[in-house]
Write a protein that binds this ligand. Structure first.
Ligand code: PHE
Length: 399
């Protein structure tokens, strides 16, 4: 079993009063890379498993997580209801059923494609959302719980995207007193929806103070109706979370036919970037004391940026391979080579040869370290390796 890389303040006192979930431990990162034809987990992503940033009390992600937990526990205490059970160490390897099928995500949905999701093998993925635990926990009889953990998505490269981030999920099933089974189901769902919205508006106020908010209709296959909460922050509407009343078929899949409840999910990085003024998502992973020493458990502070080092741009152009190429394939190759030294990859040009119909794309890669100046030689070397992999791994032809 892996030990969490952060020991600060995660002891029982920091969490007094919380009902804790089962400790199942983190898997060995090595085990997520194998020879299975489906396996597409890269070493740089595997290395993040078990870091458990959300369980570090003095890390911005841990601070936000605890604040959300505390909000829900206080709320339920005030109402004299039982506490939410917290599951913050469920292993990120889940089945395709848990991540997709049981949540009614259609078989042809883009999120299932290996260009978007990390597969361990044909049956197992690195969860792409904490919703993956909804049905199992409901099936095991849980009625009110919070799930927090690392989630994995193959995605673009810029200051707000990273292949690993953290989510917090909340689920609550209404009690017989709140919404008796003999009542009309639409009436019971109305009660769930109201309870959900009231609770989440309270959460947004707790986090952001007296901000303007609005509800926007949304679509998630596993909730209906579904909505997103947006807040007006520094003059811009920002999406904070997704939520909805749990779909009847999800309830059926969890063996809880006829019961009514709600679920929500939110991304911790997005909240933390705003609340601590953290400008780049890579900073969350920084082990530089100039970052880590700035934060204190239970406290929201403004991040003091330390000097940024100069960027170095490298363009690369290549003919796309004949069979399916996805930009994410390139993004991952660059992440694999450069790790956190890649800041951004931007598509500069998408070209189709008028005669041959052959396609070519040009990307600009920005290399920059958070901690030091990169030398030209170092960046040239990285770029050479990237170019080599474009040919050997992506089967593309450089121009
Ligand atoms: N899992 C959804 C996402 O990652 C969020 C969500 C959770 C929406 C629960 C509705 C209910 O986008």
């Amino acid at each position: 079993m892996m030990l969490s890389s952060c020991f600060r303040g995660t002891g029982p006192t920091a969490r007094a009063g919380f009902v804790r979930g089962l400790h199942l431990g983190a898997p060995n990162p090595g085990s997520v890379i194998n020879d299975d034809a489906y396996n597409n987990v890269s070493p740089s992503v595997a290395a993040k498993i078990g870091k458990d940033l959300h369980r570090c009390s003095a890390h911005p992600l841990g601070i936000i997580k605890e604040r959300i937990e505390l909000y829900f526990q206080k709320n339920t205490q005030a109402l004299g209801q039982p506490q939410f059970k917290v599951f913050d160490d469920l292993p990120p390897i889940v089945t395709v059923e848990q991540n997709f099928d049981e949540l009614l995500i259609p078989p042809d949905h883009v999120s299932r494609q290996p260009s978007d999701t990390y597969y361990v093998d044909a049956q197992r993925v690195l969860r792409c959302h904490t919703s993956a635990h909804q049905t199992s926990l409901l099936r095991q009889g849980e009625d009110r719980f919070l799930v927090c953990g690392d989630v994995y998505r193959r995605d673009e490269v810029d200051s707000t995207h990273y292949p690993v981030f953290h989510q917090m999920e909340g689920v609550r099933i209404l009690t017989e007193e709140e919404a008796p089974a003999r009542w009309d189901v639409s009436q019971r769902k109305e009660i769930a929806s109201k309870d959900l919205k009231r609770g989440l508006e309270g959460l947004a106020t707790n986090l952001f103070g007296n901000v303007e908010m609005r509800w926007v209709d949304a679509y998630f296959p596993f909730t209906t109706p579904s909505a997103e909460l947006e807040i007006l922050f520094r003059g811009k509407w920002m999406e904070v979370l997704g939520c909805g009343v749990i779909h009847d078929e999800v309830m059926d899949n969890a063996g809880r036919t006829g019961e009514v409840g709600w679920a929500f999910g939110l991304g911790l990085e997005r909240l933390a970037m705003v609340l601590f003024s953290i400008p780049d998502i890579r900073l969350f992973w920084s082990e530089d004391p100039r970052f880590s020493s700035q934060f204190e458990a239970k406290t929201l502070t403004t991040f003091q940026p330390y000097s940024k080092y100069p960027p170095c741009y490298k363009d690369v152009t290549f003919w796309l391979p004949e069979d399916n190429f996805h930009n994410n394939d390139l993004f991952e190759v660059v992440r694999d080579v450069a790790g956190d030294l890649v800041e951004e990859i931007r598509l500069l040009d998408d070209f189709i040869h008028p005669k041959t119909q052959r396609k070519s794309r040009c990307f600009r890669i920005t290399y920059r370290s958070m901690d030091r100046s990169l030398t030209n030689e170092e960046v040239d070397r990285l770029q050479e390796i990237v170019r080599g992999y474009i040919t050997s791994r992506l089967d593309a032809e450089l121009r």
